[in-house]
Design a protein around this ligand. Structure first.
Ligand code: SF4
Length: 388
């Protein structure tokens, strides 16, 4: 939950109502949980449902709007359309061969800048059988790539009575890869804390688990990491990267970095730049730090002046560009199988198995479909590819 995500959420509400004035707009998720009154006051919002009420979302909509246009009450009754906290029942992402499947929710850590433990509650893992069932339905609808998602995916299964080191997510991934039609499984954001060693053989054996790991680092300075209350040290992070690189030498690492956390000195920021280079990220997302009301970070000092945060963000964006150009140069001449995504400006894009974003000229009718592209150069700090 960042300030940028907040702003995007508000913009989506405005856009939904502007596009269809008759629409019934429901705001749900973390913002709705944390600031329900503020969300309800947004022009165009008809209903606000916090995270806790999401499993009964449909019932709440029907209650608030007894005769919503286009909805058939009998068809949507809880009997015909069973609801679970995991929004069970999704069986297709129209026209898209990649689908996201939620495996876990909540977080049992307490980073000082983060609202998630407060708004999403305790860590809870979705039973493997449910995940596999949903994946089967998706595969029957032509989905070829699954993205396993969660708030703190590396903690999957930690809420079960398992012994330390016992496999948690790995057996689920193996089952998913055994479903006819599913070619690969990608982990969304993963973490160093609670890292599951039993995933390593899956990368080693090239099982179909994408060699791409998004491991948020947030800062490359030990003191800042401590102030952020991140559940790892730099040594721990480094050791995890080494283990993964040993199992999958070509693995693509991506990350998140926060600029301007309270107390971040020039030296600490310099350490972050060095660590980004050391870990050789394919790409990373830089975020300017902003206080989240009610978090320990809000009370931390000294705050970094906005002009300094902007300057650090610019340096991070320059470094991000360098990382992307270096990764694109390494990929030059290679062919990749990608699912075609939107890019805008007459272009489309796709993510390589290693997490490198490839950009290529748009072709009508291909959105969401699988294709092969070949990297032929770099353009605007991205890997520039052509259709094969
Ligand atoms: S690990 Fe930290 S940043 Fe990530 S969800 Fe948990 S508390 Fe938030």
């Amino acid at each position: 939950m960042t300030a940028a995500a907040d702003a995007e959420g508000r913009m989506l509400v405005r856009r939904a109502k502007a596009k269809n004035p008759d629409s019934f707009v429901v705001v749900t998720g973390c913002l709705a949980q944390d600031r329900p009154e503020e969300m309800a006051a947004l022009p165009g919002v008809d209903l606000v449902v916090g995270n806790a009420g999401k499993s009964r979302l449909l019932a709440k909509i029907l209650q608030a709007h007894p005769n919503p246009r286009g909805l058939d009450h009998d068809h949507l009754s809880p009997v015909a359309f069973p609801l679970s906290p995991w929004l069970d029942g999704i069986s297709r992402f129209d026209g898209h061969q990649r689908a996201t499947v939620k495996a876990q929710d909540g977080c049992h850590f307490g980073c000082s800048f983060c609202l998630i433990p407060r708004v999403r509650g305790e860590m809870v893992s979705r039973p493997g059988l449910e995940i596999v069932e949903e994946a089967r339905r998706l595969a029957q609808n032509d989905v070829k790539e699954l993205v396993l998602a969660g708030i703190q995916l590396s903690s999957y299964g930690r809420d079960w009575a398992l012994k330390a080191g016992e496999p948690r997510l790995a057996p689920v991934v193996e089952k998913l890869l055994g479903i006819p039609g599913i070619r690969r499984v990608r982990l969304s954001s993963y973490a160093v804390a609670d890292f599951e060693e039993s995933l390593l053989p899956l990368w080693e054996s090239k099982s179909g688990l994408c060699p791409h790991l998004h491991l948020p680092l947030q800062s490359g300075d030990e003191g800042v990491l401590r102030a952020m209350r991140r559940p790892y040290t730099l040594d721990h992070y480094r050791a995890t990267v080494e283990k993964v690189r040993e199992a999958a030498p070509g693995v693509g690492l991506t990350s998140d970095i926060i600029a301007g956390f309270p107390g971040e000195t020039d030296e600490a920021f310099g350490n972050t730049l060095q660590r980004i280079r050391e870990f050789g990220f394919v790409d990373f997302h830089p975020f300017p730090y902003s206080d989240r009301p009610g978090t320990p970070g809000e009370k931390m000092a000294p705050k970094i002046p906005p002009a300094v945060v902007r300057e650090r963000m610019n340096r991070l964006l320059d470094l991000k560009g360098e990382c992307l150009v270096r990764s694109a140069q390494k990929a030059l001449g290679k062919e990749y199988r990608v699912i075609v995504e939107r890019n805008g400006k007459g272009l489309q894009a796709g993510l390589s198995d290693e997490g490198l974003r490839l950009v290529f000229p748009e072709r009508e009718g291909w959105l969401g479909k699988e294709t092969r592209v070949k990297v032929i150069g770099t353009r605007d700090s991205a890997a520039w590819a052509e259709w094969v």
